[in-house]
Design a protein around this ligand. Sequence first.
Ligand code: NZQ
Ligand code: ZN
Length: 387
Amino acid sequence: MNPFMFLNPVRVYFGEGAAKHGLKAELPQVGSRILLAYGGGSIKRNGVYDEIVSLLKTAGKEIIEFSGITPNPRYSEVQACAKLALEQKVDFMLAVGGGSVIDCVRTAAVQAMLDEDIWEYETVQHKLPRDAIPMGIVLTLGGTGSDMNWLAGVNYEEKHEKVTFAGKHAVFNIIDPAYTVSVPTKQLLTGAFDTLSHYMETYFGKGSFVSDEIMEAIMRNVIRNARTIKNDPKNMDARSELLWDSSLALSGLPGAGKMSDFQCHSIEHWISGYTDANHGRTLAVLHPVVYRYIFSAAPEKFARFATEVMSVDTAGRSPLETALAGIDALELFIRELGLPTNFTELGIDVDDAMLETIADQCRPNPGCCRQLTREDFLTILKTCAGK
Ligand code: NZQ
Ligand code: ZN
């Protein structure tokens, strides 16, 4: 087991009526000028906006709105959000949405307290933020796990780079499964795969059996409930289970004592930086391809994943064959959910020059069982592109 410091300070309010109970408990403890941030308008169509605004007004808060945050949030949106927060002397930020809204707000909350550009501060000077405007979350879509951690993925359009900024944990996180009823099934299943990916990316890293055993149980839960949603999209128990699976994934608990892998995520960030591809769907393409490429470096672990998570029968199979059967079963599961397994199905247009450029940028992650080279990245990308 690797040494670790575990802390997750986020207060979670989960279940029916969570916004009412949670905001009633939390709002008296925060300032009076609240920046309410959201995306393209789903919260206005499903009634979440009205409910949250009413709770904020009842608590006597002044509301400053920042809307229109896009999926794969842009750096320019972060800057605009930070500028508004400063101009309006906001003392608390409430992100109502999925990973994109949360990540935009988390980064803006830091930018608003910095005298310099956060890009320069974090990615060039490699400094961690000291301060941020405090933020709260009302989650409307699971999958990313961003609600429980302190990181944020932001797309810097001109640089074609999706950066992971460091920010701060939210003060509170409100998760009401009823708020996700309007999420299309395709998006729910995409989120479920993102969650599964977070566990796999941690599981295949090095160290800690207790964490691995916790994750095996949760991964089985994700797979079972994603199948339930596929056949019965309105099933609230399955939605609830998937939401909590998602939030736990990046809470720090499953990763305690692990050196995580996150090789697929880091490749995904470069692909998304160039193509604006959907996060979870790109991961669905990458996982089987990357795993077929690396599994022989850790056959026992992949064989264990095959039996404990994908229910592969070991009879008549060598450990290597079992490991490979587990990856085949993972790909079948991805297809079963209707998710893509190549770039064409993902709907992105990539030419050879773009693949070469992305391969130049990709870096090996130390937690991955095989240290990939630039040529390995190119082969993986070409396989995803069917070349
Ligand atoms: O913008 P609106 O109109 O709200 O619509 C959104 C958006 O179009 C819609 N949506 C959200 N809640 C809904 C809903 N539609 C109907 N009913 C609801 N209740 O869903 C669409 C996608 O939203 P988005 O927030 O982009 O999705 P997701 O939660 O998958 O977030 C993806 C982002 O999170 C980052 C990804 O890179 C990507 O940028 N991630 C953040 C992480 C972190 N901070 O730790 C980790 C993850 O691995 C991931 O990288
Ligand atoms: Zn993810």
